[in-house]
Design a protein around this ligand. Structure first.
Ligand SMILES: Cc1cc2nc3c(=O)[nH]c(=O)nc-3n(C[C@H](O)[C@H](O)[C@H](O)COP(=O)(O)OP(=O)(O)OC[C@H]3O[C@@H](n4cnc5c(N)ncnc54)[C@H](O)[C@@H]3O)c2cc1C
Length: 637
């Protein structure tokens, strides 16, 4: 597997400019002759589709929801980062770059991260121009709040609905192009296969989720903007439909899967309450601006929070990390919560919770000010738990939230399969081993609005591929493979439901590849997932037919892919004998329980190559070099 990062050289601040100048352009008349398939219409896919269509390319955009505006990006609550430095508190492009590389525990590519910080400021301008209603301060400037892992306020927000508002902006831009006929939007349509011709990505096979019709689509390039794979854990803060199918199909066709074990655990979610759940609810990290995290000092303390006096509370984040306090990055905050609960200080049923307390903030700025900042989150919490967070602290616990791993891409966001580009959460770039809050929206929009539309032109201008049609034998074969797979699912007639398998897979992954991992646990997990996968293919029950709306059939395809992917993820976690960011191996920690990185042996992205069904995949490396942000132990003390 060839892994050329194609990063430009020279001074980091000038690399993107230099690259844009060096890339070949496609003239406007020729753009009209070129077509792009974009799978996904979340922030990354909608932004990419709209922008490429504005440039003149013919775009076919696919999503499995009934409307692009229901993509999972809609769920993002907290905000989006940008180095605008409106408050003059010391922010800059360089500081955002620095914080992101450090926050990602030195496992991301410097050139990409610098570009991300650079274009972050354009994103805000574009979104404001689209009418995104960001919060404003008294003088009319856009307001900012702070997020974990940063000591400046650089997070732009629209109350607790930032993702939704940004998506409406991107959806507006996309709709304009749908109206003009430059984007053909295919909703309720799921990509089931990637098609390569002459080693280049030239199309996809889809299933119409309402009629069951399978179809082939050909284009000059393919973009996957299909989101993350957090649902491999079954319980997560992701939308239930989020899946790894598109990425898995590309992986099985030869695309490298980078750092699959880098999962982000979010510290502020509503704790699991029983076996009936299929989803966990996030309480935005922005709450840690004003909320103070604590547990009782005494183990097994069953008093209500109001009955526990100040001197019997442990504000453990403020105690352990005085510089960042409650605003330490997510991986650090999550592990600290787990440690407090493991030591018996956890609160609520099962002792798997810590308090997030707003009493001091309400005393300081008043209930109205707190409500203006977080009102909808407080209402949501109350509806779910029946507790009023204005009066009693919230109970929170870490949950799976985001995946930093994804398909490997170079600086142009192209995978190792020529023509296959990957954007947003579906690619591995920019966040390294841990994502700082408010950086995913930034990356999705950077990729979609400001990177891909340039770099895809360079691919067209240099790839020299002629036209193909869906009559090519590669399309026929791929279509047949999809039809056979569907027939196989429907013929199984086993005893267990798809959800039942998914739940079991999730338990294995959370137990052994979740907040902390060990060699023994991961070895066991790989075995257990293998057995579960074998059982799935003999004992799953899928009612109904393939020629109708059949959600069990849809789920079966996704869970089958999760089962194969779960093994890749655990293999990756096993091979990485160090702790860094969202990857914490119990064997590699400091005396204080902090992550111990091994830069000598693991300062690389691990990229996995498919080796056939049931076989251990092959591991490749892209070495990471740190020229500007010097490798150092991460400390938030
Ligand atoms: C609860 C929650 C809160 C968050 N809050 C924040 C925040 O405050 N700030 C921040 O920066 N980030 C936040 N994030 C992360 C951020 O929302 C996501 O990383 C980001 O929105 C992902 O965007 P995307 O465009 O890559 O993918 P998505 O929005 O997930 O879109 C995926 C698209 O791909 C389509 N798709 C997938 N598979 C297929 C297939 N096989 N066939 C056809 N279509 C397919 C879907 O239909 C969808 O259109 C949050 C995440 C969650 C879960």
């Amino acid at each position: 597997m060839k892994l050329e990062s194609n990063e430009p050289t020279g001074d980091i601040a000038g690399r993107w400019d230099k690259h844009r100048f060096d890339m070949k352009l496609v003239n406007p008349a020729n753009k009209r002759k070129l077509s792009v398939i974009v799978v996904g219409s979340g922030l990354a896919g909608a932004a990419a589709s709209a922008t490429m269509a504005e440039l003149g390319y013919n775009v076919d955009c696919f999503c499995f929801q009934d409307s692009p505006r229901r993509a999972h990006s809609i769920a993002a609550q907290g905000g989006i980062n940008a180095a605008k430095n409106y408050q003059n508190d010391g922010d800059s492009v360089y500081r955002l770059f620095y914080d992101t590389v450090k926050g990602g525990d030195f496992r991301s590519r410097e050139s990409n991260v610098y570009r991300l910080a650079q274009v972050s400021t354009n994103i805000i301008d574009q979104c404001v121009a689209q009418g995104v209603p960001f919060a404003r301060d008294y003088g009319g400037y856009l307001a900012n709040r702070s997020f974990g892992g940063a000591q400046v306020s650089r997070t732009f927000y629209a109350r607790g609905q930032t993702g939704q508002q940004l998506l409406l902006g991107a959806y507006g831009a996309l709709s304009r192009q749908i109206h003009l006929g430059q984007v053909k939007m295919h909703t309720r349509t799921e990509m089931l296969e990637l098609v390569l011709v002459n080693g280049h990505a030239r199309g996809i096979i889809t299933r119409n989720l309402l009629t069951g019709k399978m179809e082939s689509w050909a284009a000059d390039a393919v973009v996957l903007a299909t989101g993350g794979y957090g649902n491999v854990f079954y319980l997560s803060t992701n939308a239930m439909g989020s899946n790894v199918t598109a990425a898995t199909r590309a992986y099985k066709k030869g695309a490298g899967f980078a750092n699959p074990c880098y999962t982000q655990i979010h510290p502020t979610c509503i704790p699991v309450s029983g076996d009936h759940q299929s989803k966990l609810t996030l309480m935005s990290e922005s709450l840690r601006n004003d909320g103070r995290v604590w547990v009782p000092k005494k183990s097994g303390d069953t008093r209500t929070p109001v009955q526990i006096p100040e001197n019997e509370r442990d504000y453990y984040l403020e105690r352990r990390y005085p510089a960042f306090g409650n605003l330490v990055p997510r991986d650090v905050a999550s592990r600290a919560a787990k440690m407090a609960c493991d030591e018996g200080m956890g609160v609520g049923p099962g002792g798997r919770g810590v308090f997030l307390d707003f009493k001091d903030a309400i005393g300081r700025v008043g209930k109205d000010a707190v409500s203006a900042r977080y009102g909808n989150l407080f209402d949501m919490y109350e509806r779910i738990t029946d507790d009023n967070p204005y009066e009693t602290p919230m109970r929170i616990y870490p949950a799976i939230h985001y995946t930093m791993g994804g398909l490997w891409v170079d600086y142009n966001l192209m995978s190792n399969i020529p023509g296959l580009h990957v954007a947003g959460e579906a690619n591995f770039s920019d966040h390294g081993a841990n994502r700082l809050g408010a950086s995913a929206l930034m990356q999705g929009l950077a990729d979609g609005y400001f990177v891909l539309p340039y770099t895809i032109g360079n691919y067209f201008a240099t790839s020299g591929q002629g036209k193909v049609t869906t009559d090519a034998p590669e399309f026929k074969q791929a279509l047949k493979d999809c039809e056979d797979r569907t027939k196989k699912f429907l013929s199984l007639d086993g005893k267990r439901t798809v959800d039942d398998f998914h739940r079991d897979l999730g338990k294995i992954c959370w137990e052994h590849c979740g907040m902390s991992r060990t060699k023994e646990g991961l070895t066991q997990a790989i075995q257990d997932i293998g057995s579960l996968r074998e059982e799935f293919w003999t004992n799953v029950k899928i009612p109904g037919s393939g020629a109708e709306l059949n959600m069990e059939l849809e789920k079966a395809g996704r869970v089958a892919d999760f089962l194969e992917f779960g093994e890749v993820m655990c293999n990756d976690a096993l091979a990485r004998e160090e702790s860094c960011g969202g990857h914490f191996r119990e064997e590699y920690k400091t005396e204080e329980g902090e992550a111990r990185r091994d830069d000598e042996n693991f300062c690389h992205a691990a990229v996995w190559e498919y080796a056939g069904y049931g076989n251990t995949p092959n591991r490749h490396k892209e070495e990471m070099e740190f020229e500007y942000v010097k490798l150092a132990t991460r400390s938030y003390k």
